[in-house]
Design a protein around this ligand. Structure first.
Ligand code: FE2
Ligand code: FE2
Length: 322
């Protein structure tokens, strides 16, 4: 009995040591890649509107054959503006949630605590970067752009859900951020260099965030009872529906903005095509590219039962099928 208890204690302390070394790795990487908004990212530059912002792999603008090259570029710029806005929006709740979770380590693993404090600090910096980018775009683009949701209202709604669901959503977002940069932004040669740098620098800090999301998500998962997990899955489905609600409204607002500034009239069918394209692109950017990320799929499958996965997939089906 005593030997068993000792063995268990041994196993627990080596598991904790492994966990602690994973937190330590993120601190090391975070120190190595750390950047400054002005000195490294913006460097006194302004946006050049003869260039594309969001790459075609994300904006999907090439799917609309009736748009001219200049119109595709303009639609990529509208979507790029929304990309900065949506990231600033979600990072409000992410930073607060990570600060809240750091409380679980206050009198525990100080390495984990430092990792989460750095994570929150980086998200505050990212929010400032996106506010700066939004302000630059506002100065240079025609008036009429509408943001459909307030970051604090969204954060209040998200933070009211169970921690398991919030971490699942966050892990999803921080993994797709990396996929977007590596698969779409980095490979496209004719993108705005300033826009590309914003997302390159953002990406190098998001790598650590996704690792920390996973550590915290797995810790939270181990704590939940079966009933709490059922509720957490329901919460995750509700969160995805809430994100989708924002995307539906923002895609309508961005379609109206684009139609107002494009400088020509479109047929009713073309206008409907632009609205549908924006919703499809936003769902791809903010939901589908995340849930189809292989690592996210693996984590979610490991942490849910088959009926729970079926519930999640049924909720996602209409969004994926857009
Ligand atoms: Fe970020
Ligand atoms: Fe992040």
């Amino acid at each position: 009995m005593q030997a068993n208890a000792l063995l268990r204690a041994d196993h627990d302390s080596s598991a904790t040591a492994t966990e602690s070394s994973r937190y330590a790795r993120t601190i090391k990487a975070s120190k190595r890649v750390r950047w400054d908004i002005d000195a490294d990212v913006i460097r006194g530059r302004e946006f050049d509107f003869s260039q594309t912002f969001l790459p075609a792999g994300l904006s999907k603008v090439d799917e609309l054959a009736f748009l001219t090259g200049a119109e595709r570029r303009l639609l990529s710029q509208v979507q790029g503006r929304t990309y900065a806005y949506i990231f600033g929006l979600v990072e409000r709740y992410i930073g607060v949630k990570i600060l809240e979770l750091s409380g679980q380590h206050w009198l525990g693993d100080q390495v984990a605590l430092e990792a989460l404090v750095r994570f929150s600090d980086e998200e505050l910096k990212h929010q400032e970067l996106f506010r700066r980018i939004e302000a630059m775009l506002e100065r240079s683009m025609p008036v009429g752009y509408v943001k459909v949701a307030d970051p604090n209202d969204v954060a209040r709604e998200v933070l009211g859900k169970s921690t398991w669901a919030v971490l699942a959503l966050t892990c999803n977002i921080e993994l797709f951020t990396q996929a977007h940069y590596q698969q779409s932004i980095e490979p496209q040669p004719d993108l705005s260099p300033l826009w590309k740098d914003v997302f390159k620098y953002h990406w190098v800090e998001e790598v650590q965030h996704a690792m920390l999301d996973e550590l915290e998500w797995v810790r939270e998962n181990a704590r939940l009872t079966l009933r709490q997990k059922e509720q957490a899955v329901t919460d995750l489905i509700d969160l995805v529906a809430a994100v989708d609600g924002i995307l539906q409204a923002q895609s309508q607002a961005d379609a109206a903005y684009f139609l107002g500034i494009a400088g020509r009239r479109f047929t009713g069918e073309e206008e409907a095509g632009i609205r549908a394209l924006l919703l499809r692109a936003y769902r791809w950017q903010y939901i589908v590219s995340g849930v189809q990320h292989p690592h996210f799929g693996r984590l979610l499958t490991e942490m849910t039962t088959e009926p729970q996965m079926q519930r999640i997939q049924a909720a996602l089906a209409p969004i994926v099928a857009t």
